[in-house]
Design a protein around this ligand. Structure first.
Ligand code: AMP
Length: 445
C-alpha cells in the first residue's frame, strides 16, 4: 500500500517522501481514509505506531480543501496533549507534514509565558496543539474561542486522565461546537477512557493496530533482580559489560536522576537529564542534545516518559519501575520503533514486586529474569505470574514444636542497627510503594 492510494494530495505526498516514509504504518492505513472522510475515530495506538501522521496528514488535507479561513483568536483543529514535550513534538510533526501549505500552527503549554502565545493567536491558527490547563487559561483571557473548532484530537487520552486533567477536559468539551469531528488516541483503554469515548464520539471508526496494553514483540525485554542499594553499581556494570553507550534511562525521582547523571558523568559518559523541576527550555535542549547525539545518555523521570519522539533508540533502561503499569508500556515504546529492534531492561528490587506483577498482568506476559553475577539479590524478588499474582514461596515445612524452655534459649535474630546508612540507593529516601500519584510525571498546566 502507498500513501498515494490513501487519497492524500500531492504536497502532502511530497512531504512524506522527503521524510523517507515508504509505506503507511497500519494505524495510518486505517486512520487516514477515515479522517479524510470526516468520520470520528477511536484508536488504540501506542506511541511509535505513526499515529501522529495518522491524524495530522488527513487533517492538513481537510484544512486546505474545506472550510473558511480561520478568524482572529480562533483555531480550526484543536489537538489536546498531556505534556509540553508532546505538544512541541506534535507541533513539529504538523510543521513537517504541512510544509509548503499556507497554514498556521501553534503549540500552547504551561511553564512559559502566556504573552507570546496570545500574540500568535491574534491572527488565528489553523492547528492549535495545547495542554488542557494552558488552553483554558488562554480561553479565560479571551485569547482563544472555540466556536470555529472543526476537529478535536485527544492525543494520549489515557495519559491526560492519569495526570488528573478530567475537569479541564470536560470544561473544554463543554465549550466546543456540538457539530465537529473528534479523534481519540489512547495507548490503553480503561473504563474511564471508554466512558469518555462514548460521550464524545459519534459512530467512530474503531482502530486497533496492536492489542491495547501489549508491548511490541520486537522489543527484547527482561528484568534483572537486584537489591535496591546495588542498583547504581549494577547499572554501571551492565553498561560496561554490554558496551551500551546510548540509552534512555528512567529513574523514579528527580534526586535519583541527578545522582545517576553525576555517576555517568564521572564515568565519562556524555549525559543530560529531563525532569519536571527543570525549566522548560533546558528540558527541550536536553532532548535535542540527545536526539542529535551530542549526549549519549538521557536520564529522565516519568515526565519524559510519553511522547518523546526519538528515532532508532536501541535501549531503554528502567533503573526504577514506574508506579503505574501503563507507564512501562509508554516508556519502552521509545525503542523498537518503525521495525527496528530494541532492548528494554528493568532493574527490579524486592519492593517493586507489586509493580512488576501489575506490569506483567498488563502486557500479558511474564518478563524473563536474568540475574547478573555478583549482583544477586539478597532480598529475593518474588515470582510473579502474567495474571498479576505474586507467587508466594512455598511454605517451609513446620518445625516440630519444641518445649518452651528450649525455644526461649534459641538465639534471637538481632534487629538492624538504627540509622545505618542506606547505601547508594537511587533516589535516596524512596519508600517501597508510594501513592498512585507519587512519582508520576507532573501535569502540564
Ligand atoms: P508516532 O507514533 O507518531 O510518535 O511516530 C513514531 C515515529 O515513526 C516517528 O519518528 C515518525 O517520524 C515515524 N514514522 C511515522 N510514520 C512513518 C512511516 N510511514 N514510515 C516510517 N516512519 C514513520
Amino acid at each position: 500500500m502507498s500513501f498515494a492510494s490513501l487519497g492524500l494530495i500531492d504536497p502532502l505526498l511530497r512531504n512524506v517522501q522527503d521524510l523517507n516514509y515508504q509505506t503507511p504504518t497500519p494505524v495510518q492505513a486505517k486512520a487516514i481514509p477515515a479522517v479524510l472522510s470526516g468520520k470520528d475515530v477511536m484508536a488504540a495506538a501506542q506511541t511509535g505506531t505513526g499515529k501522529t501522521a495518522g491524524f495530522a496528514l488527513p487533517l492538513l488535507q481537510r484544512l486546505v480543501q474545506h472550510g473558511p479561513a480561520v478568524s482572529s483568536n480562533r483555531a480550526r483543529v484543536l489537538v489536546l496533549v498531556p505534556t509540553r514535550e508532546l505538544a512541541e513534538q506534535v507541533l513539529q510533526s504538523f510543521i513537517a507534514y504541512g510544509k509548503g501549505l499556507d497554514l498556521r500552527f501553534l503549540a500552547a503549554y504551561g511553564g512559559v509565558s502566556l504573552n507570546p502565545q496570545m500574540m500568535k493567536l491574534r491572527k488565528g491558527v489553523d492547528v492549535l496543539v495545547a495542554t488542557p490547563g494552558r488552553l483554558l487559561d488562554l480561553n479565560r483571557q479571551n485569547a482563544v474561542q472555540f466556536d470555529q473548532v472543526e476537529t478535536l484530537v485527544l492525543d494520549e487520552a489515557d495519559r491526560m486522565l492519569d495526570l488528573g486533567f478530567a475537569r479541564e477536559l470536560n470544561a473544554v468539551f463543554a465549550a466546543l461546537p456540538a457539530q465537529r469531528q473528534t479523534l481519540l488516541f489512547s495507548a490503553t483503554f480503561t473504563d474511564d477512557i471508554r466512558a469518555m469515548a462514548a460521550s464524545l464520539l459519534r459512530g467512530p471508526v474503531d482502530i486497533s493496530v496492536s492489542p491495547p496494553n501489549t508491548t511490541a514483540s520486537r522489543i527484547k525485554q527482561w528484568v534483572v533482580p537486584v537489591d535496591k542499594k546495588n542498583k547504581p553499581d549494577l547499572f554501571m556494570h551492565l553498561l560496561a559489560e554490554n558496551h551500551w553507550e546510548h540509552a534512555l534511562v528512567f529513574v523514579k525521582t528527580r534526586k535519583g536522576v541527578d545522582y545517576l547523571a553525576a555517576v555517568l558523568d564521572e564515568a565519562g559518559y556524555a549525559v543530560d537529564t529531563i525532569h519536571g523541576d527543570k525549566p522548560q527550555p533546558a528540558r527541550l535542549r536536553a532532548l535535542e542534545r540527545f536526539k542529535t547525539g551530542e549526549v549519549h545518555m538521557l536520564v529522565a523521570t516519568d515526565v519524559a516518559a510519553r511522547g518523546l519522539d526519538i528515532e532508532d533508540l536501541p535501549l531503554v533502561i528502567n533503573v526504577d519501575l514506574p508506579i503505574v503499569a501503563q507507564d512501562y508500556v509508554h516508556r519502552i515504546g521509545r525503542t523498537g520503533r518503525a521495525g527496528a529492534s530494541g532492548v528494554a531492561v528493568s532493574l527490579v528490587c524486592a519492593d517493586e514486586a507489586p509493580q512488576l506483577a501489575a506490569i506483567e498482568a498488563l502486557i500479558g506476559q511474564t518478563l524473563p529474569r536474568e540475574e547478573a553475577p555478583g549482583f544477586e539479590a539478597e532480598h529475593r524478588v518474588p515470582q510473579t505470574s502474567a495474571t498479576g499474582q505474586i507467587i508466594k514461596k512455598p511454605k517451609k515445612p513446620k518445625k516440630p514444636k519444641v518445649p518452651r524452655a528450649a525455644s526461649s534459649a534459641m538465639p534471637v535474630p538481632s534487629k538492624k542497627p538504627r540509622g545505618k546508612p542506606a547505601g547508594m540507593s537511587v533516589g535516596g529516601s524512596r519508600k517501597p510503594s508510594a501513592k498512585r500519584t507519587g512519582g508520576r510525571g507532573k501535569r502540564q498546566s
